[in-house]
Design a protein around this ligand. Structure first.
Ligand code: FEO
Length: 167
């Protein structure tokens, strides 16, 4: 049975993962509308990935006798000025999620819930991957600069950039 504090923080994390999925969906939509189809496809895959992160936590909470819920989601940002802005925001958002996972781990340790702590280690490792992927995309963009022809090549490259499935 999950302790109340652990259940509460896991439900907050569920809501953050659900928000991440909506945020990346909004980014995918902007990218698609502005001709960045490779980046859009990458962001659609990333959005699916976030839903998987949410569901994995969701099922865990219920399996351990808690009640998993997704709280009201904030409306994600819908408009962006460039593809660079999008990926800079992806990176910042992933850093925020990493901190949030670390807070979940801290609560588990304080509450002596070592089972949930162990379960969360999958997310700890996943966040290393998530931050690294976002940083790689930003590095690509910085290398290429803002010229349209180069952004076109960047976008074609994004079509094949793999989203870590976490499996
Ligand atoms: Fe679920 Fe991208 O962190």
């Amino acid at each position: 049975m999950l302790k109340e504090k652990v259940e509460q923080i896991l439900n907050k994390q569920i809501t953050k993962e659900a928000f991440s999925s909506q945020l990346y969906l909004a980014m995918a939509s902007w990218a698609e509308k502005n001709g960045y189809n490779g980046s859009a496809n990458y962001l659609y895959r990333q959005s699916d990935e976030e839903r998987m992160h949410m569901l994995k936590l969701f099922r865990y909470v219920n399996d351990r006798g808690g009640h998993a819920i997704v709280d009201t989601l904030d409306k994600p940002e819908l408009e962006f000025t460039s593809i660079s802005e999008i990926f800079t925001k992806v990176y910042k958002h992933e850093c925020f999620i990493t901190e949030s996972i670390n807070e979940c781990v801290e609560v588990c340790i304080n509450e002596k819930d070592y089972t949930t702590n162990q379960f969360l280690q999958w997310y700890v490792a996943e966040q290393v991957e998530e931050e690294s992927n976002a940083q790689t995309v930003i590095d690509k963009l910085n290398l290429l600069g803002n010229e349209k022809a180069r952004l076109y090549l960047f976008d074609r490259d994004m079509e094949n950039f793999t989203v870590n499935s976490g499996e």
